[in-house]
Design a protein around this ligand. Structure first.
Ligand code: UT7
Length: 386
């Protein structure tokens, strides 16, 4: 027991000083396994000492399970025809959306996130105690503070996890993925639960036909864990995130924060709802999704023809087709479910990833290219071997 505690202290020292000391990643794996037995302790320490001379390597990260959840209530285009001046034909022609899901009145963002998380954990075969990091991406948190991630943590009983939210709008799932990859890659976490969950029906102006036909509610989740690094095993091959804060006014919820606090007048003017300059957002979406995905393709050396499935942000069928065309990837290899759910912001690509896997469209060993775009402006992409 004494040896074990010395070893833990030693590992802690190495973790804290890993970069400075150029410690190989192998020590962190050894740290995890050391819980099971101490008989090879001397060997591990000797090996770690040898590794001090090697350059710092990041740990590989694998995707080991996904899950999603959408509420039961469907809002169809013909339902919307009764609410605003629109038509089923216009919505389908301009967006590709046929219906979207709407959360029940008392159903919170964390409730949907919890359902998606439980399904991802079941698929991954991990217990709540094994999770040491929870990141939730959302623009519709249960409360400004605490974070929605903390509610999820309590709901699933992930007592060993640190939990926090990130705000990157429709790009939030892949921003969460990139963040978790950094934690796991540096040995600061071993099993991460990433989620994006949105109750957009809560912040949609149901009198504005230019936005209310687009959005829906739902959640998607994934479990990431230290990978094996063995060729052919699951791995996050690369990821890219980016932002342009000079274009915040193209898509935003102007009120309710410190800039325009909640007042009776602001509520009356519906400043707590989504406002979007759709045409401009459309153009930037195509350009940034293409550039982000191409930069990833170049960096990983993956050829477009080697990508088995593309999972884009599900905002508009015309955007998806334009991006696929510019990437030189046939649209048959693109997973599309926006006709069923509309735009669920950050949750959209997470739900799509889960559905692609569960439906068999994306299989073990496949290379999946995810690419998203959203308010901020923000964009992100990830290349994943399942
Ligand atoms: O998730 C974050 C990223 N978001 C996006 O990527 C969204 C990007 N933008 C878009 O998807 C599209 O710009 C929209 C779907 C939002 C709009 O499509 P559009 O082809 O850009 O239409 P538009 O805004 O140029 O409007 C064309 C016409 C206008 O009428 P006039 O001025 O030509 O008479 C609009 O008033 O369509 C009218 N219109 C509608 N008509 C029927 C706008 N919304 C509707 C509607 N039903 N729901």
């Amino acid at each position: 027991m004494l040896h074990y505690s010395i070893f833990l202290k030693f590992c802690h020292f190495l973790n804290e000083n890993a970069k400075k000391a150029s410690v190989s990643s192998s020590i962190v794996l050894e740290y995890d396994r050391s819980h099971k037995g101490e008989n090879q302790l001397s060997y591990r320490i000797a090996r770690a000492m040898n590794d001090l001379t090697k350059p710092f390597k990041r740990l590989p990260v694998a995707l080991i399970g996904t899950g999603s959840y959408v509420p039961e209530t469907r809002l169809t285009n013909s339902d919307l025809e009764k609410m605003v001046e629109t038509s089923n034909e216009w919505i389908i022609e301009r967006t590709g959306i046929e219906e979207r899901r709407i959360a029940a009145p008392g159903e919170k963002t964390s409730d949907m996130a919890t359902q998606a998380a439980k399904r991802a954990m079941e698929a991954a075969g991990v217990t709540a105690e094994e999770i040491d990091l929870i990141i939730v991406g959302t623009v519709t948190p249960d409360t400004f503070t605490p974070s929605t991630a903390c509610y999820v943590q309590a709901n699933i009983g992930a007592v060993n996890a640190a939990a926090f939210d990130i705000s990157a709008a429709c790009s939030s799932f892949l921003f969460a993925l990139k963040t978790a990859v950094q934690y796991i890659g540096c040995g600061q976490a071993r099993t991460a639960l990433i989620i994006s969950s949105e109750k957009l029906s809560h912040i949609v102006n149901w009198e504005d036909r230019s936005t209310c036909v687009l959005f829906g509610d739902g959640a998607g989740a994934a479990v990431l864990r230290t990978g094996t690094g063995i060729e052919g095993d699951s791995a996050i091959l690369a990821s890219d995130i980016g932002s342009d804060g000079t274009l915040t006014d193209l898509l935003l919820v102007p009120g309710g924060g410190s800039a325009i606090p909640t007042t009776e007048e602001n509520i009356h003017e519906k400043l707590y709802t989504l406002a979007m300059r759709g045409n401009e957002v459309f153009r930037y979406a195509v350009a940034h999704m293409k550039d982000s995905a191409l930069s990833l393709i170049e960096r990983t050396g993956i050829k477009p023809e080697e990508v088995n499935v593309v999972i884009p942000h599900q905002a508009n069928l015309r955007i998806i087709n334009a991006v696929a065309q510019r990437l030189g990837i046939p649209v048959e290899r693109v997973f599309i479910n926006l006709q069923k759910y509309g735009n669920t912001s950050g949750a959209a690509c997470a739900i799509a990833l889960d559905e692609a896997i569960r439906s068999g469209k994306a299989k073990k060993g496949d290379i999946v290219l995810m690419v998203t775009f959203g308010a901020g402006l923000t964009w992100s992409s990830a290349a994943i071997r399942l």
